[in-house]
Design a binder for this molecule. Structure first.
Ligand code: C2E
Ligand code: MG
Ligand code: MG
Length: 700
């Protein structure tokens, strides 16, 4: 695509406007009585989503209806100049097309929105068609034949949870059509029965929110299959004594399997199949929480792995890693967790170790085992050896401290020479420096020693800056400039993160008010990192609201970056705060996605707008086919949920191209720019403006 073409991309609709358009359209589709109503609702929604001046045209028809219901906008161009988006009923085929002009069709934001809208319209058309057919058919048998055509299953259960009616397609899910008078819960996986029971009672209680409740159930079909269905339930006749409940079951087996597979792959090392660092940390956290005796973490670093690769090639190197993982597993046994952190770094969690002496035995045994020669299938004999750092819960309260201590011990082991292990000792931690930093940090805000830098977030397709992330730095009087990694944790532990976070928000918002761009391109948004403590502190939402009013920064220009662990907590306060902030128009991004252990499916449940894919994934894009497939899967899922994706840590052109190829629309990284002082952001925008103006209008 040429720079000129890129420059004429219309700006995407505001998120709130897009959400509103989709929501209003869904409401109108639900009550549409005929094809014309669907066409009119679709037309209104498309007009709201696309920028003024763009053209579109709708051609929708009922499947058995020869009359074409077309709606042509006055400013539409020739149909030949417009690109089609099919309005498709899954499994049944097209019921129409939505034609949009090429620029709109090529705009990355708009395409999925228009496709989602078209899919909704198609389903509405299908409902209307079925209703019309039902009106025409008189006998129940004929209605049944009609229901056969729909893929979803419709059930009606009575007050005793017995099935009174099941649509013919129920056979596909339950493996039988003999469902009448059978108790529905008997078909549901035993583990989910209490929840299913609760859901049905909840729906009947009349307090089920909008009158509809949803859940995922695994069905135990008579033919041995176990399909997963998304269930929507509602009371058939609210207030009626009969207490009948209508359920719609949508088969989501393939979708959930994909989510599950991707989640599994995200948290396992693709070469050895061992858990990766993230999953290891999560398992260790659980073990610490279970508080079941002494726990030990062993960090393993192969001593001379680099030269194995260099001397014998990568195939031998891979085989060595395989064998190391096997030996690690053998030594740790069934009660522990073995993991590969990447490269030649492994880790083990030893549970139920009993005493410190037993942990030491394990470390010694592992050192010995990994030091023994490795014979590969090709007959090459390799002696690698390993250094091991050991930490236990005797000196650590959580997984973070365990890993930090094990790292310090590993460093000591390495400096003792190859093939050694060392246990952590408190003298290895530089406590003096920690408490000095804690004391100094209290004064840093008042002293003006904290400052911010801003790193551009760019649209990968056009290269244009769409936002800046504010990143905190500390000019320490004696240690010099400190990155956030050295003091954010201290700020969090001491509670100082609340006033510091407020200072960050206020300072960055004032900076963002000065960012302007000319022409069609919107002023960049501001992305701010927010710690869990800030979210949980009283008045956080009010603080943000107050700062927005005080600085005059429009709410849609702020993004709050939060971590996965924050979302995973079942914390009403956090969820409520997120909802309030989003209701005001602010957006929420999940930062370093993939570094906290969470199933992908949870993205469906949380109030989010943006996913920032951790740079580990971006790095993997260019090094491994499997990693690329994984990221593609993640991108597909997040897109289906209407979330934007920012690929973090893009350092090379190769990584940029790979990110684009996997479908990431936005990126951030040293390739585009390193974090810069505020003053440079204005020059950055001005320069970019000039460059784009030149490439669009200047001589080519
Ligand atoms: P983050 O939010 O994921 O920010 C991105 C980090 O990646 C920044 O590190 C940035 O300098 C770095 N980075 C950007 N592009 C590249 C690249 O191409 N390659 C590599 N290797 N790194 C890149 P930084 O500034 O050291 O910040 C580290 C973390 O500290 C941030 O990670 C964020 O979690 C936290 N942080 C920064 N500012 C704040 C703040 O104001 N409040 C809170 N609570 N946390 C902050
Ligand atoms: Mg961030
Ligand atoms: Mg990040």
């Amino acid at each position: 695509m040429t720079a000129h073409m890129r420059d004429v991309f219309p700006p995407p609709p505001e998120r709130a406007e897009a959400d509103g358009a989709l929501r209003d359209a869904a409401a109108e589709f639900a009550v549409a009585a005929g094809a014309e109503d669907v066409v009119a609702a679709l037309d209104r929604a498309v007009s709201r989503l696309t920028p003024p001046g763009s053209s579109h045209e709708l051609r929708i028809r009922l499947l058995e209806d020869s009359a074409l219901a077309a709606c042509r906008r006055p400013d539409s161009g020739e149909p030949g100049a417009l690109l089609p988006i099919e309005v498709d009923i899954p499994g049944a085929g097209p019921v129409g097309i939505l034609l949009v002009d090429p620029v709109t069709a090529a705009t990355p934001h708009l395409r999925p929105l228009l496709e989602a809208l078209s899919a909704q319209a198609a389903l509405a058309m299908e409902r209307i068609r079925l209703a019309a057919e039902v009106g025409r058919y008189r006998s129940f048998r004929e209605i049944e034949a009609l229901m056969e055509q729909t893929h979803d299953v419709v059930l009606i259960v009575d007050g005793d949870d017995c099935i009174r009616y099941a649509s013919p397609s129920a056979r596909n899910v339950f493996g039988t059509s003999a469902l009448r008078h059978v108790k529905l819960v008997d078909f549901i996986d035993a583990a989910q029965r209490p929840a299913a029971d609760f859901l049905l009672r909840h729906v009947r209680s009349g307090v089920a929110g909008a009158g509809e409740s949803r859940a995922d159930w695994t069905i135990r079909a008579l033919d041995g299959r176990a399909p997963v269905v998304e269930v929507t339930c509602r009371e058939l006749h609210p207030g009626d004594a009969a207490r009948d409940v209508a359920l719609t079951l949508h088969d989501v087996t393939a979708q959930r399997r994909l989510e599950h597979d991707l989640t599994e792959r995200m948290f396992h090392d693709s070469l050895t199949g061992l858990p990766n660092r993230v999953l290891f940390a999560e398992r260790t956290e659980h073990a610490v929480a279970a508080d079941d005796g002494l726990l030990a973490v062993l960090l393993v670093d192969l001593d001379d792995f680099g030269s194995v690769n260099d001397s014998f090639g990568h195939a031998v190197g891979d085989e060595v890693l395989h064998q190391v993982s096997r030996r690690l597993r053998d030594v740790i046994g069934g009660h522990g967790v073995a993991a590969r952190f990447g490269g030649d770094e492994f880790a083990a969690l030893v549970q139920g170790a009993g005493t410190a002496a037993e942990v030491e035995d394990t470390a010694r045994h592992l050192c010995h085992s990994l030091g023994a020669p490795i014979r590969t299938s090709g007959g090459t004999v390799v002696v690698c050896g390993a250094s091991i750092g050991v930490a236990t819960t005797a000196h650590a309260r959580n997984v973070h401290e365990l890993l930090r201590n094990a790292n310090l011990a590993l460093r000591a082991a390495k400096s003792a020479g190859a093939g050694h292990w060392r246990g952590y000792e408190p003298s290895m931690t530089d406590r003096a420096r920690q408490s000095e930093l804690r004391a100094d940090l209290g004064r840093a805000v008042g002293d003006g020693a904290l400052f911010l830098e801003y790193q551009p977030i760019v649209a990968l397709g056009t290269g244009r800056t769409v936002g800046f992330e504010a990143l905190l730095r500390w000019q320490h009087p004696t240690h010099g400039r400190l990155p956030p990694g050295e003091f954010i944790e201290i700020a969090e532990e001491s509670g100082l993160i609340v006033p510091i976070g407020e200072w960050v928000l206020a300072t960055a918002m004032r900076a963002a008010c000065r960012w302007h761009t000319a022409g069609q391109v919107r002023a960049p948004y501001l992305s701010v990192n927010v710690s869990a403590q800030q979210f949980r502190s009283d008045g956080f939402v009010d603080t943000v609201a107050h700062l927005l009013t005080q600085t005059g920064l429009p709410a849609h220009r702020i993004v709050l970056e939060i971590t996965e662990s924050l979302l995973l907590r079942d914390d009403d306060k956090v969820w409520h705060a997120l909802e309030l902030l989003r209701a005001r128009g602010a957006r929420v991004a999940i930062d370093d996605f993939g570094t906290g252990y969470s199933a992908l499916g949870y993205l469906r449940q949380v109030p989010l707008d943006i996913v920032k894919l951790d740079r580990l994934f971006v790095r993997g894009l260019t090094t491994s086919r499997r990693q690329r497939d994984l990221v593609e899967g993640i991108v597909t899922l997040t897109r289906a949920l209407n979330l934007d994706i920012v690929a973090e840590g893009i350092e090379t052109e190769h990584q940029r191209q790979a990110s684009v190829a996997t479908g990431c629309a936005y990126g951030q990284g040293y390739l585009f720019a390193t974090p810069m002082p505020e003053a440079e952001t204005l020059a950055w925008l001005a320069e970019e403006q000039a460059a784009f103006a030149k490439s669009s209008f200047g001589p080519s």
